[in-house]
Write a protein that binds this ligand. Sequence first.
Ligand SMILES: NC(=O)C1=CN([C@@H]2O[C@H](COP(=O)(O)OP(=O)(O)OC[C@H]3O[C@@H](n4cnc5c(N)ncnc54)[C@H](OP(=O)(O)O)[C@@H]3O)[C@@H](O)[C@H]2O)C=CC1
Ligand SMILES: O=C(O)CCC[C@H](O)\C=C/C=C/C=C/C(=O)C/C=C\CCCCCO
Length: 335
Amino acid sequence: MVKAKVWTLRKYFVGFPKESDFELKEETLPEIQNGEVLLEAVFLSLDPYMRAVSSALMKEGDVMIGAQVAKVLQSKNPAFPVGCYVVAPGGWRTHSVTDGKAIFSLDMARVHPDWPKDVPLSLAVGALGMPGLAALYGLEEILQVKPGEIVLVSAAAGAVGTMVGQICKIKGCKVVGSAGSEEKVAYLKELGFDYVFNYKTITSLDEALKQASPEGYDCYFENVGGAFFTAALNQMRPRGRIAVCGAISLYNNTTPQMCPFPHMAMLAKSIRMEGFQVNQWPEKDEASVKRLLTWLKEGRLKVKENVTVGFEKMPAAFLQMLKGTELGKAVVKVE
Ligand SMILES: NC(=O)C1=CN([C@@H]2O[C@H](COP(=O)(O)OP(=O)(O)OC[C@H]3O[C@@H](n4cnc5c(N)ncnc54)[C@H](OP(=O)(O)O)[C@@H]3O)[C@@H](O)[C@H]2O)C=CC1
Ligand SMILES: O=C(O)CCC[C@H](O)\C=C/C=C/C=C/C(=O)C/C=C\CCCCCO
């Protein structure tokens, strides 16, 4: 019998998560049944949605949800032969038995067959996986950005935001980003953002947005919510579009955050605002990953990861990701 180490949600998060909200356990896994595989995790992804959906989709004591890059050790599913690598919704586990169905979003998929040997497999849960697809779909399917348009993106130095900015430049747009440290601001300028500001040090968000683009914004890629949304909405151009990808500034709230009603601003400028989730276009995923991979190989996409080594460090790495103190997509490498 195979034993797995797992991290469970010991207590629901109240406000900002604490390491004591998690509990490390050991599980004995069942034999695989038809359609199932036995997986060994290689890289585990840490993402803000794990905080956002925890109270809605999990019970105390559940294994934390999440995606991982894993190797197939045993298989009774012809789509996933022994020895192949997959991106699976295995959760915070070192080993898992699964049929590949996700609790929340992306079902199990093989790592792209054309994955080059010199490209880290961890990118399959980062720039060339869920966050990268979220950026691509938000820009193409929701905002339908056109060359010459002006795009604003919040949390711009994050796994999604860095891809949004770079894809905007590939598409011939002007892109403005906000981030919470001078290190991140400098990095985004290296990536080619046209204008970047540190939202923690400016005196006025309205002034910062106006200075970045006096003519306003055609598109806003929303990752943060809260007061940033209100300021961005007020500087949208007529017929502007807002893609609601996330609202990380709200995830730790213990009471609902109120904001000015957006109706008059949306009415006056005929603004379109649409929420989306990355799992809405499964038929496009393989081709989309291939496009992102091509842009990476051409040097048109740059990626940065913040790799924590050791399964036992997952809770600490998760809190660090939510705090946003580090640059790069947060992943944990299982030793
Ligand atoms: N709809 C979908 O399918 C998907 C949605 N998402 C959403 O996209 C957003 C970004 O995700 P991702 O790039 O993976 O996250 P990352 O963890 O890579 O980056 C998130 C960044 O958000 C910033 N942040 C954290 N707290 C706050 C706050 N209170 N106010 C303002 N900024 C804050 C931090 O950077 P800093 O403060 O330095 O700017 C942090 O580094 C999230 O809202 C996430 O839920 C992600 C994937 C798919
Ligand atoms: O078991 C699983 O589903 C884990 C695999 C998930 C996979 O890694 C991919 C998708 C992640 C999508 C992220 C979405 C967001 O960040 C959106 C943020 C909040 C959504 C709130 C939804 C509330 C549900 O009630």
